[in-house]
Design a protein around this ligand. Structure first.
Ligand SMILES: [Zn+2]
Length: 401
């Protein structure tokens, strides 16, 4: 399998990346033989991958990184780098290549200090591979200060360093940075292509794969979770019952509280899995004594970890709420489609009765206002409005009648 196989429905992007990988390969080979590289190269040192959540930005970046590290002998015979089998491709794809670093954050922002460390590393030559590749999956979370630190590295990159930045849209990245990157846009992959990859790669049975792909409207990761995780299915079923429940103020407030509680529970579960071990590890590293007594001068480090864990918890909670809001938007979009007499693209066919009831009990204008209420809630959460307040305002606006 070639490195591009996990990229779903992105033929255009794939062509561009393959062409760049070929030029990059020619460049490295020429330099190794003491020659000038090709004049007009499709290769460049900084790339920006944008596209809606779930379109596969990080997957595209990782595939490109693997193609850049490909050492398959077929390349010399005119084959395109990125065989998927050689040591370079394989280790880059599974995340163990010494010269491919993936920066993924579960925090809300990436700060100056971490970015400085990265930039320092980016000055080095590749240790074993052909390029030193740094993938930043959430370039939209760079603070302004961190962005300025990164800018210098992107402006004057070391000769063999490649930055692959990912973000939802161009507007999410500092203008100074994006103007120095080659920009690639991924599209929302077609539902059929997502279903196909779930069947082919994850071995999910066709009917379930198609239902999950439809319900998540081209979001690959969410589709996979829905198809494989019972908990995710239960969550979605609960959220999709909400539109029929909110018929008076009491019910609205209760539904809002339940959404918040569910998000808190998700975040608690996720943090229990990581926090305890992380804390134990740090204590051991700092030299905790018998009975957990910490040596002098380590309180700051412990406090720093606690802060980080707290920020991560907020992030997980927000992600979980975001998922619920996506499901609700999808529901009302279906309602609108039914009200306008278009059956084709119904995403949530499994709750058809509920869709019909809401569609018959309201007007398209009302449905549009409800969709706006969900969008407004998402905006409020991003602007750090207290979650319960934001969600209550939404459920009140979704009220029946
Ligand atoms: Zn290879």
């Amino acid at each position: 399998m070639a490195v591009w196989d996990d990229l779903v429905g992105q033929e255009r992007v794939q062509e561009q990346l393959a062409a760049a990988a070929r030029d990059a390969d020619a460049l490295v080979t020429a330099v190794a033989e003491g020659e000038q590289g090709p004049d007009a190269s499709k290769m460049t040192h900084a790339w920006l991958f944008t596209g809606p959540p779930g379109s596969g930005r990080a997957t595209a970046a990782r595939a490109f990184a693997a193609a850049l590290q490909c050492v398959s002998p077929d390349r010399a015979l005119g084959g395109i780098p990125g065989c998927g089998f050689c040591d370079g491709c394989h280790t880059a794809l599974i995340g163990t290549h010494a010269d491919v670093q993936v920066i993924r954050t579960d925090l809300l922002s990436i700060g100056v200090k971490e970015t400085r460390d990265l930039v320092r590393r980016a000055q080095l030559s590749p240790a074993v591979g052909r390029w030193q590749v740094i993938i930043m999956e959430d370039a939209d979370r760079l603070t302004e200060g961190a962005g300025n630190v990164l800018l210098k590295a992107v402006e004057e990159p070391a000769p063999r360093t490649v930055w692959l930045l990912c973000a939802p849209s161009l507007e999410d990245v500092l203008p100074t940075i994006r103007s120095r990157c080659r920009h690639l846009t991924l599209r929302t992959p077609p539902v059929a292509a997502v279903a196909d990859v779930l069947i082919r790669r994850d071995g999910i049975e066709p009917e379930r794969a198609q239902a999950a792909a439809r319900a998540t409207q081209g979001h690959i990761d969410r589709a996979r979770r829905l198809a494989t995780d019972e908990r995710a299915r239960t969550r979605r079923a609960t959220v999709l019952k909400l539109p029929l429940r909110v018929d008076d103020v009491g019910a609205c407030l209760k539904a809002a509280q339940e959404l918040i509680d569910a998000a808190a529970e998700d975040s608690k579960q996720a943090s229990e899995e990581t926090d305890v071990k992380e804390t134990e590890d740090l204590k051991a590293a700092l030299g905790a004594g018998q009975g957990g007594r910490m040596p002098r001068g380590t309180a700051g480090a412990m406090k720093e970890l606690e802060e980080k864990q707290k920020r991560r918890k907020t992030r997980t909670q927000r992600d979980s709420l975001d998922l619920a809001l996506s499901d609700l938007t999808g529901f009302y979009r279906d309602v609108l489609a039914l009200q306008l007499g278009s059956e084709i693209a119904i995403a949530n066919g499994d709750v058809r009765d509920a869709l019909d009831r809401v569609a018959q009990g309201s007007t398209p204008e009302r449905t549009l206002r409800r969709i706006e209420a969900v969008v407004a809630c998402r905006g409020a959460l991003e602007a750090n409005v207290a979650p319960l307040l934001a969600v209550e305002a939404m459920t009140m606006a979704l009220r029946a009648g």
